[in-house]
Design a protein around this ligand. Structure first.
Ligand code: AMP
Ligand code: GLY
Length: 420
């Protein structure tokens, strides 16, 4: 079967790497892809926003499955368009992608279905939101409603900070802006990934991301500076609670509303004193969490994605290694602020059990250069998170890229627990 993979990041490189191992795979195409993905796929100059062009390509090449990596094309309705043209697609409809595309939608769904999440209010004007802050004080969380590439959230430690975040959301904005203000949850965060077919949600695995730019969780928020899997704080009992109290009621509510959810449901969970609470949903694999899930998957990914796309995952029983996987993001100095592009990278030889997934790279003649904030995902497996970290960091040291920086403490919480 020929497959079209949509996306250009480290997540898509990991998906391409895994799909390429499938005996069922014919040709793999990627749009737009990157130089790492090009090792496994033929890159095609298709703009995923041009839905008509994507449909035409799929028809011309008799594509058997489209795998959509990022959220933006899903929220824009690419899956609906492909389904309408009878092209099998892995990823939710635009209506189901609202679970990520609209925080207000998801909060209302939680409230209506008794799904544990932080108390919240929705606002369409700054004055009412400000009045709530005056009443409730801080800490408090302010979220812009739409997709914001991880930048729409302010966890305000002071009322002043919350008021500023509210003003920033409404400033210069026209009609139709909405924000959610919610209580600040306390605990440790981890993520749960499920393969969904509209009716059923099959647990794939857990991971923990590191969102702050610098060691010891300092500095600005980023798209993620590293991750590891599994996240041991989400043990079997806790994961079952997440499935029972959060994921399954969501699947049921979406189906009852006539907008069944197909694809990857990625639940961001806060483990609070009273139990797991939903922080947010994403409607696709995490980046860089996908880069630590794929190396742990022993089964063939392609039939799993196809089963979800076709609406029945009941026969899917993926096998996973007991090993841990860990990825270190190498980012361009300055990220998540301004950074230089076009700087030279030389990649080392990679031993079995390690992978360098490319996220923001470009090939210029013979040279590999950096063209993005998050540029490389240096990944390794190991018996423990500590083993995986040691291997990943040894490989990081061998990457020759003067303009890169990385966190040196990815996996620190898990490594500390392993030592207990
Ligand atoms: P989100 O874009 O919703 O994932 O939010 C980004 C980050 O903000 C999350 O990963 C959390 O670290 C933090 N966050 C979001 N909502 C809350 C909350 N209600 N309480 C505490 N932290 C939160
Ligand atoms: N690593 C966070 C995300 O993919 O949204």
């Amino acid at each position: 079967m020929d497959v079209l993979l949509i996306g250009a990041g480290g997540r898509e490189h990991a998906l391409a790497w895994k799909l390429a191992q499938s005996p069922d795979l014919g040709r793999l195409y990627a749009a737009p892809g990157n130089p790492g993905i090009a090792e496994h796929a033929e890159l095609v100059g298709l703009d995923p926003a041009d839905q008509q062009a994507v449909v035409r390509f799929c028809k011309d090449r008799a594509i058997g499955l489209v795998v959509v990596g990022p959220e933006v094309p899903l929220v824009a309705g690419l899956a609906d368009r492909l389904e309408a043209e009878a092209v099998p697609v892995f990823g939710p409809s635009a209506a189901a992608a609202r679970l990520e595309g609209s925080k207000a939608f998801t909060k209302d769904l939680c409230r209506a279905n008794g799904i544990p999440t932080a108390r919240y209010h929705r606002f369409t004007d700054a004055a009412s939101a400000r009045a709530l802050i005056e009443r409730e004080g801080a800490p408090i969380v302010v979220k812009a409603d739409g997709l914001a590439a991880g930048k729409g959230v302010t966890v305000a430690q002071t009322a002043q900070e919350a008021l500023q975040a509210i003003d920033a959301c409404f400033e210069g904005a026209g009609e139709g802006v909405e924000i959610v203000v919610e209580a600040c949850l306390e605990g440790e965060e981890a993520s749960v990934f499920c393969l969904c077919d509209g009716e059923r949600a099959l647990l794939l695995g857990t991971a923990q991301d590191h969102k702050r730019a610098f060691d010891r969780d300092r500095g600005p928020n980023t798209g993620g500076m590293g991750a590891y899997s599994p996240a041991h704080i989400l043990d079997a009992r806790m994961t079952e609670r997440v499935m029972r109290e959060i994921v399954r009621p969501t699947m049921d509510a979406m189906r009852a509303a006539g907008t069944p959810f197909k694809g990857i449901l990625y639940a961001g969970i806060m483990l609070t004193e009273t139990g797991p609470q939903l922080i947010e949903y994403n409607v696709r694999f995490g980046d860089p969490e996908c880069q630590v899930l794929m190396p742990r998957l022993k089964s063939d990914l392609l039939p799993m994605l196809l089963a979800a796309a076709k609406g029945d995952v009941s026969a899917v029983a993926p096998e996973w290694t007991d090993d841990a996987a860990l990825t270190v993001v190498m980012a361009a100095k300055g990220y998540p602020g301004a950074y230089a592009t076009g700087t030279l990278i030389a990649l080392p030889q990679v031993e079995p059990g390690a992978m360098i997934f490319q996220a923001g790279t470009r090939r210029e003649g013979e040279a590999l250069t950096a063209h993005g904030g998050r540029v490389l995902n240096v990944t390794a497996t190991g018996r423990t998170v500590k083993d995986a970290a040691q291997r990943a960091y040894r490989l990081v040291e061998k990457v020759d890229w003067a303009d890169g920086f990385w966190r040196s403490d990815i996996g620190h919480r898990a490594i500390m627990r392993e030592q207990d």
